[in-house]
Design a protein around this ligand. Structure first.
Ligand code: AMP
Length: 265
């Protein structure tokens, strides 16, 4: 990597877990437009999965991913194996508070430590000037921004808007888990978030709108609401008088698939 980057200008980096879709490819094309060399990593990071989660069944399609990346203008694909990133004797973890607290962490306590640890390793290995992340994982983006700031990493973190299907469903590798019936129901999550945003914009009772939206989702076939929450978009804490922008974030279960989404309010 050091040799490749020498004299070649800015390195743009997009970390992924593969099973690439148009959301990932949009990030790659954006990286292409703002950097000289584009690197993408594909690594399903065991550190961010709990033993009960979907590490083993997470979709893997390396050959198709490589073809898509070539088409999107990626120069370098990094495909480490777990023993390369976590060799025997690996004992370190990054633990974070601030934006890493609550929301996803209430349901996936291991998640952000796993994400921050792997992303910091990937940053140290790839040494990008720019790294592009999707707003689809809004809390993750906030966690990465905080990590880069706190550890003085000289990397420009770029957040890119969520790419959606025509019916509003946010693209996700995990959408592949949905049955045909579930796929029909799935866009109702984004519709519910839009309804809550409408109530918030009209100065209505957002807590009530959130509770009603949760009930409606259960009535239409969702199985469990992990959270639907309106938060400060910068801190991801509760809204305060200092809040400049708000974000509505949700994680819900449809069958055995956990969908997450978020929108600006
Ligand atoms: P993942 O492979 O799910 O770890 O995602 C890799 C990167 O792609 C992360 O920065 C995600 O936020 C981003 N991403 C995933 N889905 C989308 C989407 N629908 N739109 C934009 N970015 C996305």
């Amino acid at each position: 990597m050091a040799k490749l980057r020498k004299g070649k200008g800015k390195v743009g980096f997009v970390p992924t877990m593969g099973a690439l879709h148009e959301g990932h490819l949009t990030l790659v094309r954006h990286a292409r437009s703002v950097s000289d060399v584009v690197a993408v990593s594909i690594f399903v990071n065991p550190l961010q999965f709990a033993p009960t989660e979907d590490l083993d069944r997470y979709p893997r399609q390396e050959a198709a991913d490589l073809a898509l990346l070539q088409e999107a203008g990626c120069d370098i694909v990094y495909l480490p194996t777990p023993d390369v990133l976590y060799p025997k004797g690996f004992v370190s973890r990054i633990e974070m508070a601030g934006p890493a607290l609550g929301l996803e962490s209430d349901f996936r306590p291991q998640f952000f430590s796993g994400v921050a640890t792997v992303v910091s390793k990937l940053f140290n290995q790839v040494r990008p000037d720019i790294a592009v992340f999707g707003e689809k994982d809004f809390q993750q983006l906030a966690v990465i921004r905080a990590m880069v700031r706190d550890f003085d990493m000289d990397i420009d973190i770029v957040g890119y808007p969520t790419v959606r299907e025509k019916d509003g469903l946010a693209l996700s590798s995990r959408n592949a888990y949905l049955s045909a019936e579930e796929r029909v129901v799935a866009p109702k999550l984004k519709a519910a978030l839009d309804r809550i945003r409408g109530v918030a914009k009209d100065g209505g009772d957002t807590n009530r709108a959130i509770a009603e939206a949760g009930d409606d989702l259960i009535d239409t076939g969702f199985d469990k609401i992990d959270y639907i929450a309106l938060r400060d978009a910068d801190t991801l804490g509760e809204i305060t008088p200092d809040t400049k922008a708000a974000r509505l974030l949700a994680a819900v279960w449809l069958g055995t698939t956990r969908l997450i989404d978020n929108i600006a309010v």
